[in-house]
Design a protein around this ligand. Structure first.
Ligand SMILES: [Mg+2]
Length: 375
């Protein structure tokens, strides 16, 4: 992949700043989200058009990155590194002097995966390899009052989701988990704290051990490994890390010190698919588990996640719901559908998404040409 493209052609990197209203507000320990705003990137050259999505949002609450920092890093640094269409791994090497900014890097890294796969006429899934043929799908349910959450869990169980995850925060963990477990004694259940606890809360979190949870996701600080290792030693419930795992070396370190046995892989958080695949392999080799998370992506970002989640190394159901769960209408004309808790990745080429350009334009506040050049 990524051999030089010869001859002169016009190339263009553009971005759409879009705004889509969520069907339902989504509440985590750091706030309530009612819409998704972000950037869709498009790379066109030689008759090939590729797309990707940056998973930042307006506020730097999940991580320090937000829409503004991502656009700055992409415009001022990353866009100049892709004028010869490097393959994704070569691109990562090129931008390695830029510290962090993984979501910005991921948007461009995944754009290159899609570009090369589309140019070669192969699907992203087959390029990633080790495919199972489908992704196992779980669901993430935001915080609401208890009756509303129970109702949502009930609908999700009926829809066939293979794992239920509920968001918790300090002081509400017992009431939420007890209520869901009482109503659904057998359902595969996990909780996500989105960094809301501290090590001194270990006794509180220990009280969740009785509920037979698959894992507790990211209870402690967003960049912590050491305290998670101490907490893991005190709990029987496995720890899953999300925010703390920013690349494959952090994944190795987390397993080395016993900070987790499960990892939520979000390509955007780890600079794209190259590192995602490495992390999935590390989880398997270390006897751990992994699954693919989500950042309320449109169909464009979602397609990358589904292809990754369809790999054999990804052994747990992910937060990879079909598009219709989040948006009344998506920016793609071929949204995913779920059958028996499974989603089949697109046949391609590339991610296989067919972008609804008219609708994308209608939800775009600003369209920017970041760079155009003779390639
Ligand atoms: Mg999480």
């Amino acid at each position: 992949m990524g051999e030089a493209i010869h001859g002169t052609m016009r190339a263009e990197l553009t971005c759409h700043r879009f705004r889509l209203t969520l069907l339902n507000p989504f509440t985590t320990s750091f706030g309530t989200q009612t819409e998704r705003t972000g950037y869709i990137f498009r790379l066109s050259a030689g008759g090939v058009t590729a797309y990707s999505e940056c998973v930042t949002s307006e506020e730097p609450f999940y991580s320090y990155e937000d829409n503004y920092t991502a656009l700055h890093i992409i415009t001022d640094y990353l866009s100049s590194m892709i004028t010869d269409f490097p393959d994704p791994a070569a691109f990562l090497e090129r931008c390695s002097m830029i510290k962090g900014h993984n979501m910005a890097k991921a948007a461009i890294e995944m754009l290159l995966w899609d570009f090369h796969c589309r140019r070669e006429g192969v699907s992203l899934s087959s390029r990633l390899g080790r495919g199972r043929g489908y992704a196992n799908v779980g669901v993430s349910i935001g915080m609401e009052d208890i009756p509303a959450m129970i109702s949502k869990v009930s609908s999700a169980v009926d829809a066939g989701y293979r794992r239920i995850k509920v968001k918790i925060k300090r002081g509400m963990e017992q009431s939420i988990v007890a209520a869901v477990r009482d109503s659904f004694p057998e359902v595969p259940l996990s909780v996500d704290a989105n960094t809301d606890y501290r090590l001194k809360d270990s006794e509180t979190l220990g009280k969740l051990d009785r509920y037979n949870l698959e894992y507790i996701e990211q209870p402690l600080g967003h960049d912590d490994l050491l305290d998670h290792a101490k907490l893991a030693a005190q709990l029987s419930t496995p720890i899953c890390l999300d925010e703390s795992i920013t690349d494959s070396s952090r994944a190795e370190q987390a397993f080395d010190i016993g900070a987790c046995t499960v990892i939520n892989i979000k390509p955007g958080r780890v600079a794209g698919l190259t590192e995602s695949v490495l992390i999935a392999r590390i989880c398997r080799e270390r006897g751990g588990h992994c699954w693919v998370g989500g950042m309320l992506e449109t169909g464009i970002g979602r397609a990358f996640n589904i292809s990754l989640a369809g790999m054999e190394d990804v052994d747990y159901p992910g937060d990879t719901s079909p598009n219709g769960r989040y948006f009344a209408r998506d920016v793609v004309t071929n949204p995913f559908t779920m059958d028996s808790g499974r989603i089949v990745p697109n046949a391609g080429p590339g991610t296989g998404t067919v972008v609804d350009e008219d609708f994308l334009s209608s939800v775009t506040g600003q369209k920017l040409t970041i760079r155009d050049w003779d390639a």
